[in-house]
Ligand binder design. Structure first.
Ligand code: FAD
Length: 464
């Protein structure tokens, strides 16, 4: 039977948000309010910014507004791989900042540990599991690539455990696995929506004033501060942190730096004990395969399998739209790939299928900026790896707003911005050519065509 039948009852909504524990939204802002710091955006980026601002100075008056609900966007619908990498993986970091990557790796490890500590300190019930993650090879050429990757990691002091086919299958059993690498320390699995909701609660307990269904529609200088117009009111703030991810920036000049690229995922029903035994997976690690078009896969707390990735879809003129969250052809592709990977789970059904926008930039890792004489900070561009890195980005925004020179603000990664995307239609043509070429490379034992090699030379190359 076509594996697509397993999607018949799947609800087109993110599994993590379909949770009876989803908190009620806080009332929208009506009228004018004043504060020391306004945070725009209630995903991880904004929530960490508000929370850490209060930790640094409890007397600071902090307001956070979200145009919809806290945690509804990428932060509530992602794979929940919380990685220490701040650079969208070691290979990308090595490509761009070899001189400071050792420092970036250390800061990333500290950041992940600080997250784990905060989850404990605030009692955030988000199924945090420090399982690590596997990268698996499913094509012969990827086995060699993984060896090369382990050597690169060792140069930066990260020990990854190499696994041959038998060893990787002893962890998670799939006939498609030819080898793997296990990062035991650098990744935690988390229930993403509950992390966001827990951060929201922690913010409220610390006195952050949160207004949901409160879109910020315009930002202007106002005396010594900044005025931000919202749906029903206005915030007069000393300083502003913009944490709006893939949504259009309130600062027009920042818009060309990111494009929304859609990523999709499926969730199965919970596995029975026998089904789980047929896969093994006692270590509960997340895993991803190592193609350019890769899948990311993990268990939920109630032993469902999240199966996401592969397609990365850019729509002409790049808008964030609810209708892009559903893409039956991608869901069908994912269901077929799942069946090929886990033939022993034939008959297992999917309960949820969804998508969401990723704020892709040309260097695939976050960038930062100040505007309005240092009164407005901005962080975006996390691409597909923002669950952990957004906390670091929050610290950077607060350092920048404080005008402090810290180890973070001294980084070249923080001081320099990526190249912006060209305007349409060149943007669409370039992204489409890149996607097509990456798929071709996967079919050609990883060989990169002229287009990808040219991008690599320009420092714009994507390598999963
Ligand atoms: C399907 C999917 C899977 C992913 N998997 C992973 C993963 O496994 N690991 C990983 O590290 N990363 C993953 N990511 C990326 C990760 O989820 C993001 O990098 C991260 O959540 C970004 O957080 P954020 O706060 O910047 O953005 P968001 O969570 O998108 O929050 C931005 C918020 O800003 C609000 N907003 C925007 N504009 C305005 C405005 N003008 N006024 C008021 N509010 C506004 C929005 O309503 C939204 O709530 C995934 C992303 C997707 C979509």
């Amino acid at each position: 039977m076509d594996p697509v039948h397993a999607l018949q009852d799947a609800r087109p909504t993110p599994f993590w948000l379909d949770d009876p524990g989803r908190p009620e939204p806080r009332p929208a802002l009506v009228g004018t309010t004043r504060c020391d710091l306004l945070v725009v955006g209630g995903g991880y980026s904004g929530l960490w910014t508000a929370l850490i601002a209060k930790e640094r100075d409890p007397s600071l008056d902090v307001v956070l507004v979200d145009g919809h609900e806290v945690g509804w966007a990428a932060s509530g619908r992602n794979g929940g791989f919380c990685e220490s990498s701040l650079t969208h993986g070691l290979a990308n970091g090595h490509e761009r900042w070899p001189g400071e990557l050792a420092r970036l790796e250390r800061l990333g490890e500290q950041n992940l540990q600080a997250m784990e500590d905060a989850v404990k300190r605030y009692g955030i019930d988000c199924d945090w599991e420090r399982t690590g993650a596997l990268t698996v090879a499913t094509e012969p050429h990827q086995v060699d690539e993984l060896h090369g990757f382990a050597e690169l990691a060792a140069r930066y002091g990260t020990e990854l455990t190499p696994l041959d086919a038998a060893a990787v299958r002893a962890e998670i059993d799939s006939p498609t696995f030819l080898g793997g690498l296990w990062d035991r320390e650098g990744v935690a699995m988390v229930n993403p929506a509950r992390l966001a909701w827990g951060l929201k609660r922690a913010c409220l307990e610390r006195g952050v004033r949160i207004h949901e269904h409160t879109p910020a529609v315009a930002l202007t200088a106002s005396g010594p501060g900044i005025a931000v117009r919202t749906g029903y009111g206005r915030v007069l703030a000393g300083k502003v942190a913009l944490a709006t991810n893939a949504f259009p920036s309130l600062l027009r000049r920042h818009r060309p730096y990111t494009v929304p690229v859609y990523d999709y995922a499926l969730m199965t029903e919970p596995l029975t004990a026998d089904q789980l035994a047929a896969v093994g997976w006692r270590g509960r690690q997340g895993f991803s395969d190592s193609a350019n078009q890769f899948h990311y896969v993990r268990l939920s707390a109630d032993n469902r399998i999240l199966w996401g990735g592969y397609d990365a879809v850019y729509h002409y003129r790049g808008r964030v739209r609810a209708e892009h969250d559903r893409r039956p052809e991608t869901f069908a592709t994912l269901a077929r790939h799942f069946a090929r990977t886990f033939p022993q789970l034939e008959g297992l059904r999917f309960t949820h299928a969804w998508g969401g926008a990723i704020d892709t930039c040309t260097r695939f890792s976050a960038f930062f900026d100040l505007a309005h004489g240092g009164r407005v900070a901005y962080a975006a561009g996390y691409t597909g790896l923002g669950v952990g890195a957004t906390r670091f980005g929050a610290e950077v925004m607060l350092d920048l707003l404080a005008g402090e020179r810290t180890e973070r603000t001294a980084l070249e990664m923080v001081r320099r911005k990526p190249l912006p995307f060209p305007p349409e239609p060149v943007r669409w043509a370039g992204i489409t050519a890149t996607r097509w070429s990456l798929a071709q490379a996967d079919r050609n034992a990883g060989r990169r065509n002229l287009w990808l090699r040219s991008l690599d030379r320009l420092g714009l190359g994507f390598d999963s």
